[in-house]
Design a protein around this ligand. Structure first.
Ligand SMILES: [Zn+2]
Length: 459
């Protein structure tokens, strides 16, 4: 009987130890949340207490340099692939593929051909034996490379944030039949939708919208607390792009420059994609001098820094409006008071990133990061081998608790401090030496002086 009890106890201890080891080996689950069109400086302009609570216990990247063009679909696909738009193939909200002759629009995006140039994290993490989930993230309801996330729901703007969060936490928790999702992505349309309607400079309207966004973050935190996921999972909150104010006084009318019979329009504003139909050189010349606030590029001349040239879906001519300018065909009607899509070097186009959880440092912030760096960071968090990508861990690893990372300003401060201290000691020493009275000269030196014929005292 005693032997049986002893064996039972040993078995229990063994099982507990195995469970602990498995738990230690398996990384924490990861939840990626995007609030569409969350311009980086909204964080400074509006209170956002729930978001601040989250990153005060974790990390904040004040500005993310996103990818060109600064639109929703290209940037959401970059976040989960680590690729520039030219490499993942989702180049705009409206595209034309000259090889297949297919047209793409964000409301008609389910042909896998458009998405198959890359492999988003919710697909590649399946190969590590993980369950994954993607809630209304652009591309998540498309069968990419013959697969989808384990759990997803097709895009439906009528599904509330609370309902989306409810589903995501359920998928992350799993049940007796299925393990919880290791990686989940969650998408929400605001503050983008209101930013377009009111314009980002409308403080009154945007403060209400940002309060709702922050309330939703509060709701997410409390749902994670209720389900016991808070503190156990890593959570990363970010966005795809910012927003800038537009005006009816800043319209660029294409019909004023050339007749519409000369070209096919693939995408309009603020980056216009054009296929010339007659004499491409003449079409380009007319567009090139069309407006002082719009730049025209032939495809081979698109600047390298935009990473927006090496893909068949980039059209022969693109036009880029200056910040706040809107390209239209004709008329005086401004389509949107706020817009995005402009040059990704503009701060107004940049979003932010905040993260919290067991793998992140606490109370740490950096001023900027490339948005393509988030993908390798997430792969590291999940121990998933990254697919080839344009990102790097050089800066992103500083956000992690387990990584030792040089704080460059602190190191420079310390070096300068030590140098200043050494200089001060040297100056003080020289000063004291020069004030020493002649009688107190060192004995050694006195002896040498005695033997010196040139000493004026002996003359
Ligand atoms: Zn938008």
């Amino acid at each position: 009987m005693l032997l049986k009890i002893l064996l039972g106890v040993l078995c229990c201890v063994g099982a507990l130890a195995t469970e602990n080891i498995t738990e230690q080996l398996s990384p924490p689950q990861l939840l990626l949340v995007s609030f569409d069109g969350f311009r980086a400086d909204y964080l400074r302009r509006f209170p956002m207490p729930n978001l601040k609570l989250l990153y005060s216990q974790g990390v904040l990247v004040e500005q993310l340099t996103n990818v060109f063009i600064t639109k929703t679909f290209p940037n959401h696909y970059s976040l989960v692939t680590g690729l520039y738009a030219e490499s993942h193939g989702i180049l705009a909200s409206n595209m034309y593929d000259p090889v297949s002759h297919e047209h793409f629009h964000i409301n008609n995006d389910s042909n896998p051909m458009w998405w198959n140039e890359a492999r988003p994290l919710w697909i590649s993490a399946l190969d590590s034996g993980y369950k994954t989930a993607a809630m209304m993230w652009p591309g998540s309801d498309v069968t990419i490379r013959n697969r989808t996330a384990t759990h997803f729901l097709p895009y439906n703007p009528n599904v509330t944030f609370k309902q989306r969060v409810g589903n995501v936490t359920k998928w992350m928790l799993g049940d007796e039949k299925e393990k919880g999702a290791m990686f989940a992505a969650l998408y929400w349309e605001e503050p983008d939708r209101s930013g377009h309607i009111f314009g980002p400079d409308n403080d009154t309207a945007m403060s209400e919208v940002l309060k709702e966004v922050d309330d939703n973050i509060g709701l997410l935190i409390s749902e994670l607390k209720i389900t016991g996921l808070w503190g156990r999972v890593n959570i990363l909150i970010t966005s795809d792009h910012g927003m800038t104010q537009c005006s009816a006084q800043r319209l660029i009318k294409l019909d004023n420059c050339l007749h519409p019979d000369n070209y096919t329009l693939v995408d309009l504003s603020p980056v216009t994609a054009i296929i010339p139909l007659k004499d491409p050189e003449a079409v380009f010349k007319l567009l090139d001098k069309c407006h002082e606030h719009m730049k025209a590029y032939k495809k081979p001349d698109i600047p390298d820094r935009l990473h927006y040239r090496n893909n068949d879906r980039v059209q022969p001519i693109i036009l880029i409006a200056d910040e706040g300018w809107t390209i239209v065909r004709r008329g005086d009607k401004l389509p949107r008071l706020g817009d995005h899509g402009y040059d990704n070097a503009l701060p107004s186009m940049h979003p932010f990133m905040a993260a919290s959880g067991p793998s992140f440092r606490q109370g740490y912030r950096i001023s900027s990061l490339q948005s393509v760096d988030i993908y390798p960071l997430m792969c590291k968090l999940l121990s998933v081998p990254p697919q080839p990508n344009n990102g790097t861990m050089t800066h992103a690893r500083c956000l992690l608790a387990a990584e030792s990372c040089w704080d460059v300003p602190l190191v420079i401060g310390l070096v300068v401090g030590v140098l200043l201290l050494l200089t001060a000691i040297t100056v003080l020493f020289r000063f004291l030496s020069s004030r020493r009275p002649p009688g107190s000269r060192p004995f050694q030196r006195l002896q040498v002086d005695d033997d010196d014929d040139d000493d004026p005292m002996l003359e």
